[in-house]
Design a binder for this molecule. Structure first.
Ligand code: PBG
Length: 335
């Protein structure tokens, strides 16, 4: 046994006294390797066209589809709580095969961006989720061929147009989540051509075809009307592929990358965080939220403790920021 080992083991050589550093809350705070702060959190929000009052989402207790007004109020509260940003999703009144409302200047999300930018300036990072699934009548993330196949390359032109509309409306960050090949390059080219050279792209780079998106499809009203998303989103058994997707998105010009979902994919978060030197975000998705809420409602887990543990775990795995429906509440606890 070397000298330091003896010192640690004291009178009983053969074991170390790890409990010494866990003895009091102050001791644990001092030795905590991962810290969680309000600034690490981003709140996803839903804004719906044509409703007079916020609508509760039954599978996500505590989360609502906002009106333009209630969203403005929620954004002020988010800023007050000290979180870093919002990720905006829109639910239009009218859907069509190409998702026209996604890039209409008076489309629901673009109006919301205009309001929030006017209200808050640069106080919060306003991120626009860029996808077509909430806007298309068939519920797929891109345009589809007559045979019902999601058509990659024509979708890219739509994404570029949507990115320009969102930047024009006041988005600070464009966040493509559709998992089309080449989407980051197409969006970067579109933004640059419209002189939005300074608008960054947060790429949902490693986005899995997950069962944990279930409640979101109620929230965003974007469930596919036929088939599923497994021909474009990643297959859950794959890990190396996440690194290829991330590398590809960075090569195409992404400024930051995201892994999604978070908790069932902490290995992916860790590998991506090790592999890249850009900001890495993780999205704690609707099903992760619903799972803890349901267990807490039944008294099976301590809600606050479970929530903070999941957020800490995602940070510990290497994510710099976490998108979570608990962002504002958690930020208040952390203050
Ligand atoms: C749409 C999109 C989805 C989510 C974020 N953007 C759903 C999907 O891909 O089916 C899921 C978010 C959540 O579950 O909280 N492209």
């Amino acid at each position: 046994m070397t000298d330091p080992d003896v010192r640690r083991a004291g009178a009983h050589p053969g074991f170390a006294r790890g409990r010494r550093l866990r003895s009091t809350p102050a001791m644990r705070r001092w030795t905590a390797q991962t810290r969680l702060a309000p600034a690490d959190l981003v709140l996803p929000v839903f804004v719906k066209e044509g409703i007079a009052e916020p609508q509760p989402i039954s599978s996500m207790p505590g989360v609502v589809q906002h009106t333009q007004d209630s969203l403005r109020q929620a954004a002020h509260e988010a800023a007050e709580a000290g979180i870093s940003g919002l990720m905006l999703f829109g639910i239009p009144a009218d859907k069509d095969p190409v998702g026209s409302q996604a890039d209409a200047a008076d489309g629901v999300v673009n109006r919301a961006l205009q309001h929030l930018r006017a209200d808050l300036g640069d106080e919060l990072v306003l991120m626009a989720d860029l996808c077509l699934c909430e806007y298309t009548d068939h519920g797929h993330c891109g345009v589809v061929t007559p045979a019902g196949v999601v058509d990659n390359d024509p979708t890219l032109d739509r994404y570029a147009a949507v990115a320009i509309a969102q930047a024009q409306a006041g988005a600070h960050v464009i966040a493509p989540s559709g998992m089309m090949d080449g989407q980051v390059a197409a969006i970067r080219a579109g933004l640059d051509s419209a002189a939005y050279t300074e608008t960054p792209i947060l790429a949902y780079a490693a986005k899995y075809a997950s069962g944990f998106y279930g409640p979101f499809r109620e929230a965003a009203e974007g469930a596919p009307q036929f088939g599923d998303r497994s021909t474009y989103q990643m297959d859950p058994p794959n890990a190396d592929e996440a690194l290829r997707e991330v590398a590809q998105d960075l090569a195409e010009g992404a400024d930051a990358v995201m892994v999604k979902p978070a908790l069932p994919y902490l290995d992916i978060v860790a590998r991506v965080a090790d592999a890249v030197d850009v900001p890495v975000a993780a999205y704690q998705v609707s099903g992760e939220y619903a799972m803890v809420e349901a267990a807490a409602a039944n008294g099976w887990v301590d809600r606050q403790r479970a929530v903070l543990e999941t957020l800490t775990a995602i940070r510990r795995a290497g994510a710099g920021s976490v998108l979570t429906y608990w962002a504002v509440e958690a930020a208040r606890w952390l203050r």
